[in-house]
Ligand binder design. Structure first.
Ligand code: SF4
Ligand code: SF4
Length: 74
């Protein structure tokens, strides 16, 4: 079946964590290591397989850094 899943644009992401707080399935965490300019920072990523594809994270992101893409499952 096809399920939508969030895909992050880390060049737009400002590490605010709103997507993580918004997710009703607690499927996101600020665990991805990366850089903001020359500084180390943490970025959101899927940390469980509990995503229900609701798109609330994408809707809440102030930077429009999340797009929902269909992913083939099973
Ligand atoms: S689509 Fe919904 S369930 Fe999936 S990560 Fe975003 S807010 Fe969480
Ligand atoms: S809400 Fe958007 S800008 Fe904020 S951490 Fe999530 S993806 Fe990044």
């Amino acid at each position: 079946m096809m399920k939508k899943t969030p895909v992050f644009d880390y060049l737009l992401c400002v590490s605010c964590g709103i997507c993580v707080q918004t997710c009703p399935a607690s499927a996101l965490g600020m665990q991805k290591e990366g850089k903001s300019g020359k500084y180390r920072n943490l970025f959101p990523e899927l940390v469980t397989d509990g995503c229900i594809g609701c798109g609330q994270c994408a809707g809440a992101c102030p930077m429009e850094a999340i797009r929902m893409e269909e992913r083939h499952e099973g």
